[in-house]
Design a protein around this ligand. Structure first.
Ligand code: 13P
Length: 255
């Protein structure tokens, strides 16, 4: 399938960065720079900035995402935020299963799957993160591990709901380290993920799925990564915090 038929999505994952004042400044700077973008532009901001981001993004082509949501609809889950709460605010996307949540907050493939199902049931689009640690790559188990994360992440999800899911391949060793996967390494795993989706569903479903790469993507390497046939976009950390750098990546995806 021609890659250009898939939706290219460039999403910024701000992580735990930016106050509301900084959010206002960054979105106001970004909006005019990306208004001609020929790809989906998303900023995933901390919970406390969502309202501000949603208001500022109105009338622009910037979509707003959260960085997590809980899998229950409501209840005694102190400190958690439900998918319905996000939808009510006008949030459209949510990052699920980021490696930092898996590493530091005991997220598992099973909870990632539960959160993904809850998010799509509420009408959110999910950026479902998968990716291996350095030792996994060194042990030669990247494909098995990422296929497992993909399979469990998508467990019991209907084919009809796949258009609400974007898979983000983020090798953990490339996140925030300045060590980008080579374009070939990124494409290889994105192809493997697509083949895994084809096995679970069918080739048409796999061909239609947007698969992003994330991990030290920046203005200098975005062109090469995004030119690869199975890399349909990027999930950007550090470089999404600077309007000019994020715009350069968006421009690379718009080519
Ligand atoms: P960096 O772009 O800072 O490496 O972060 C990638 C990431 O984790 C996006 O979710």
């Amino acid at each position: 399938m021609n890659k250009s038929l898939r939706n290219a999505v460039i999403a910024g994952n701000w992580k735990m960065n930016n106050t509301r004042v900084e959010t206002t400044a960054l979105i106001n700077e970004l909006a005019p720079l990306v208004k001609g973008a020929d790809c989906e532009v998303v900023v995933c901001v901390p919970f406390t900035n969502l309202q501000t981001a949603v208001e500022l993004a109105k009338g622009t082509n910037i979509k707003v995402g959260a960085q997590n949501c809980h899998f229950e609809k409501n209840g005694a889950y102190t400190g958690e935020i439900s998918a319905d709460m996000l939808v009510e605010m006008g949030v459209e996307y949510v990052v699920i299963g980021h490696s930092e949540r898996r590493q530091y907050f005991a997220e598992t493939n099973v909870t990632v799957n539960k959160r993904t199902k809850a998010a799509i049931a509420s009408g959110l689009k999910v950026l479902l993160c998968v990716g291996e640690m350095l030792e996994d790559r060194e042990q030669g188990i990247t494909d098995e591990l990422v296929a497992l994360q993909t399979k469990i992440g998508l467990l019991d999800i209907d084919k009809a709901d796949l258009d609400k899911i974007i898979i983000a391949y983020e090798p953990v060793w490339a996140i925030g380290t300045g060590k980008t996967a080579t374009a070939e390494q990124a494409n290889e795993v994105c192809t493997m993920i697509r083949n895994t989706v084809a096995k679970i569903y069918d080739q048409a479903a796999a061909d239609a799925m947007t698969i992003q790469y994330g991990g030290s993507m920046n203005a200098a390497n975005a062109d090469e990564l995004l030119a690869k046939p199975d890399v349909d976009g990027g999930l950007i950390g550090g470089a999404s915090l600077k309007a000019a750098d994020f715009t350069a990546i968006i421009n690379a995806a718009s080519k």
